[in-house]
Design a protein around this ligand. Structure first.
Ligand SMILES: [Fe+2]
Length: 295
């Protein structure tokens, strides 16, 4: 993983890095223990590693249908959220698409504390029927994507290391809630997530899964569109990172073309140099929907 030198945020994600070993029939494919890479910001911090394991345990213990457990965040962790949220709020106003901003307003996140998954889930479920369920953080791409078909979004609850509040090498609670949680409170984006899940369930080969993962990456995670002539983000990886939002204007913009996306490689450890831009939110929804229902 490459850490940026300018204090901005990068993000790797569900579709590339969530290996897992199974433990029992109920949690099969959903959870594993926390392992940090040697270059992870928290690798040498025994206290952080203990926190990660403690919060991962909530996901490990969770059974579908249970009430979602609150994570006992510390004051230090809430301070990390405050730093992130202070950077993200104005960035959203400048760079987020209207549908995202509307959904964000419904979430009404507090400035001073990390929103609990339970609270976000209540609002998302009432709007789109999607359920956010906690996991330890390590989920195979197929498991993660197939759950979308059933309206289940598997969420991590830990927050990134305090030494790098604007950088995370893996999806943390900020990405899950500010990115996916909010977009799943937008009915059109929730529908697309479900369709991705259904397409992945039909995909029987590794190549077909890879293709769908790639389309998910360049749309749901890093999609941009035109709104009144302005470039706006609808992708969760962009919307959960002030650094990515600022940087998206430096990317090479290509027209949203699903076939081109399926041929485009990506590196989750750097800012995205190529983004695919839809002509509008409606055009994006229509194009993706048409592709997913026949995939
Ligand atoms: Fe994501």
């Amino acid at each position: 993983m490459t850490k940026p030198t300018d204090g901005t945020t990068l993000l790797s994600d569900h579709v590339d890095a969530r290996p897992v070993t199974t433990t029992d029939e109920v949690t099969a494919g959903r959870n594993d223990i926390v392992q940090l890479d040697p270059d992870h910001p928290g690798f040498r911090d025994a206290q952080y590693r203990a926190r990660r394991n403690q919060i991962a345990q909530l996901g490990m213990n969770y059974r579908p249908g249970d009430p979602i457990p609150d994570a006992p965040y510390t004051d230090d962790e809430h301070r990390v959220w405050q730093t992130i949220w202070k950077a993200l709020r104005p960035a959203h106003q400048r760079h987020a698409c209207a549908q995202y901003l509307e959904a964000l307003q419904r979430m009404n996140f507090a400035d001073e504390r990390i929103p609990q998954l339970r609270e976000v889930n209540e609002k998302v479920q009432a709007i789109s029927g999607f359920r956010l369920e906690p996991v330890a953080g390590l989920v195979q791409p197929r498991v993660f994507l197939e759950n979308l078909a059933d309206g289940v979004f598997l969420c991590t609850q830990y927050i990134r290391h305090h030494s790098t509040p604007l950088y995370t090498p893996e999806p943390d609670v900020v990405h899950e809630i500010v990115g996916h949680g909010v977009t799943l409170a937008c009915p059109e984006l929730a529908e697309l997530n479900r369709l991705f899940g259904k397409a992945v369930k039909r995909a029987s080969t590794a190549d077909a899964l890879e293709t769908l993962s790639r389309v998910y990456w360049f749309t749901i995670e890093f999609g941009v569109l035109r709104e009144d002539g302005q470039l706006k983000a609808y992708g969760t990886g962009l919307l959960s990172s002030a650094g990515e939002l600022e940087e998206m204007r430096q990317a090479e913009l290509r027209p949203l073309d699903i076939l081109a996306i399926t041929r485009q490689n990506y590196d989750p450890t750097h800012f995205q140099p190529v983004l695919f831009c839809a002509e509008s939110f409606a055009a994006m929804h229509e194009q993706l929907r048409a592709y997913l229902v026949v995939s």
